[in-house]
Design a protein around this ligand. Structure first.
Ligand code: SF4
Length: 104
């Protein structure tokens, strides 16, 4: 028979195990072209190569990672910044993907 104390210990372990396995990109890791999310979102490191359309009041030609809501510049890696859609992996500041959203 499981005591209340044993049950609480086992329950806690069961909750923590899935959290430990969440893959989180390191801050210095750049998004690879073959990354499944990058492919799905049509990410490119050069926005001028993308087929962009006007979105949320911003003309297509003005949409870049560095003016996207999900982008945070990385002072340690020139020309790149962290993107929350890619679990904070680095994307090119002049890149783009279909997830582009204007700053809020
Ligand atoms: S979500 Fe924004 S910052 Fe992230 S890759 Fe797409 S356009 Fe760039």
């Amino acid at each position: 028979m499981t005591s209340r104390r044993q049950f609480i210990k086992l329950s806690g372990a069961a909750v923590l195990v899935p959290l430990i396995n969440i893959p989180v990109a390191s801050a210095a890791e750049k998004v690879a072209a073959d990354n499944a999310t990058a492919v799905a979102l049509k990410y490119t490191g050069d926005a001028t190569n993308a087929t962009r359309t006007d979105k949320m009041g911003t003309v297509a030609a003005m949409q870049f990672c560095n003016n996207c809501h999900f982008y945070t510049a990385d002072a340690a890696v020139s020309g790149y910044g962290a993107c929350t859609l890619f679990q904070n992996a680095l994307v090119a500041e002049l890149g783009w993907c279909t997830g582009w959203t204007p700053p809020m």
